[in-house]
Every structure is written in C-alpha cells, then in structure tokens.
Write a protein that binds this ligand. Structure first.
Ligand SMILES: [Zn+2]
Ligand SMILES: [Zn+2]
Ligand SMILES: [Zn+2]
Ligand SMILES: [Zn+2]
Length: 289
C-alpha cells in the first residue's frame, strides 16, 4: 500500500490546492507523505491538532461503485505520534494461519491477501494444464497460455470421432427421404446440384411414394379426404418456398359439397337451450367430485 502514493519523479506536481495545501493525484504524492492507514500500518498516527501537509485525491474505498472521489489527508512521518504496541491478541489477529507471517492488516478467514492471491494464481495455472473436456481431469506438464484450451489425447480423439459421426449423419440425411429414410440422392448428384445452384441449400428429396402421399394429403379436402381441391403445380411451388418451415401449414381447401355442408350445419345447430342443461350437469358433476 505504502508504495502507491510514492512517485519515481523527483518533484511531484500537485493537481490542485485546498486552502493552499497541495492535492496530489493517485501515485503522484511525494514519498515523504503518508495517509492515515499508511501511518497506522507503521503504528503511528497524526497529532490531534496536526494539519495535513497534503491531500491524495483517490476513489472513495467506501463507495461500492467506486466513482466518488475523496481527498485523503497526507502527513509527514515527522511529528506524528507513536501508537501503543499491539497486544499479543491483536498480533495474533494479524498473523496468517497459512504462511504464519504477521502483517499490518487483520487476517480474515484462513489466509492473508498474499496467500489468497497465490492460491488463485495456482488454481488458474492448474486449470490451464488440465484437459478442457467436461469432467476429464487429465493434466499436462506445462500450462497452455491464458485464453487457450487444451484437450488430452483421448478427448481429442473422442471429439474428432464425434465430429466425424455427426458429419456422416448429416451427409446420410442429405441423401435420404425425410419421411421414410429411403435413399433418394447420391453425393455426386448433390454436388452437381450445388454447382448448378450456387448460394442455395440442398434439401433432402422425398421418395416417390412419400411425395405422392404428401401431395394426396395436402391436395384433398380436409373434410371428406377424397375430393382434390388444389392444383399440383400450386403445391409444388408452395413446397419449394415454404416446406422447410412447416408443411402442415399448407392451406388445405374444402371442396364445394363439404363447404355447402359446413354452411348448412351452421343453420341446423341445436338451439342453445338444449345444449345448456348438459353443460350445467357436467359442471355439477365436477363440483361434487
Ligand atoms: Zn499468508
Ligand atoms: Zn481429456
Ligand atoms: Zn420416403
Ligand atoms: Zn370435401
């Protein structure tokens, strides 16, 4: 801490003055001036009426957002008072349980700041020399540079095999009917199509039987399932554009007779009074359960 206010420059320049007293920026204060915590770490404190010889403009350590600036008082060592020596109990609280060194700050937890930093650095180093695969604990002798990841030999092989398997699966899907999985194209055919259609994505072709079944399904009336209501050319055009979204969304059209029946049934619906008692009974049954 003490080194932070010390400057390598011979003549530190104040950035401001408060009542004629110089204010220094962070790291710019003369080495002969000390903040109260710095004095305390040497078991010294300013006299009750001692005027500060300078100020250090710094972020307020009490501000959680670290934006507020404060001017910390600076005192020369000369003229300060010695604080009473620490008791054994107070010294014990400043002793690190891990490295057993007695510092100026009270140690909280099982290790001092220096030990904590050392522990974090070691953990980070250990992480960089461990295989990056999930749950693999294989290590190498030297850690890789920060930001890089390393996989052990067996994990590298496994990853390569998984990638190959995925590529093969995708290639097989490209060559097969999406409905039944039957072979519908060959790799040379797909390559030739790609060469002829640059920038477009190949879509797996349906086999004849599945294509016919699909056409039958979407060109017929949804009510009677027999009358054909759509033009095959329309369906082909629609499929080419929209099939990759959802082919069930093709607007199936109702045939003329079925449309007439739908409209007719609207008028012959049972009167409301006949429907209501049944609904009421249903509700009562549920309530009694
Ligand atoms: Zn320690
Ligand atoms: Zn591994
Ligand atoms: Zn098929
Ligand atoms: Zn119909």
């Amino acid at each position: 801490m003490a080194t932070r206010t010390r400057s390598a420059k011979a003549t530190p320049e104040p950035i401001d003055h408060l009542d004629g007293v110089p204010v220094y920026g962070w790291g710019q204060a003369p080495a002969t001036l000390h903040t109260r915590p710095q004095l305390n770490s040497k078991r010294r404190r300013p006299k009750p009426d001692q005027a500060p010889a300078g100020y250090l403009r710094m972020r307020d350590p009490g501000d959680p957002r670290g934006r507020r600036m404060i001017d910390a008082e600076l005192y020369p060592m000369r003229g300060t008072l010695r604080m009473r020596p620490l008791t054994d109990e107070e010294l014990a609280r400043r002793t690190c349980p891990t490295c057993h060194k007695t510092g100026t700050a009270i140690v909280r937890g099982d290790r001092c700041q220096a030990c904590r930093r050392k522990q974090q650095a070691e953990a980070e180093r250990e992480h960089r020399r461990t295989c990056a695969e999930w749950q693999c604990s294989t290590t190498r002798a030297q850690p890789v540079p920060p930001g890089q990841s390393w996989y052990c030999r067996s994990c590298t092989a496994k990853r390569a095999a998984a990638k190959r398997a995925e590529e093969q699966r995708a290639a097989a899907a490209r060559r097969s009917c999406p409905d039944c999985g039957r072979r519908t194209a060959t790799a040379p055919v797909i390559e030739a199509w790609k060469a002829a259609n640059p920038g477009r994505r190949w879509r797996p072709r349906r086999c004849t039987a599945c294509a016919e079944a699909l056409h039958r399904k979407i060109t017929t009336c949804p009510d009677c399932d027999t009358a054909t209501t759509a033009d095959l050319a329309d369906v082909e055009a629609w499929l080419a554009q929209w099939e990759h979204h959802r082919r069930e969304h093709f607007p199936r059209r109702v045939c003329g007779p079925c449309q007439a029946e739908r409209e007719g049934s609207h008028h012959t619906l049972a009167p409301f009074s006949l429907v209501l008692p049944r609904r009421k009974a249903l509700h009562t049954n549920q309530a009694n359960r």
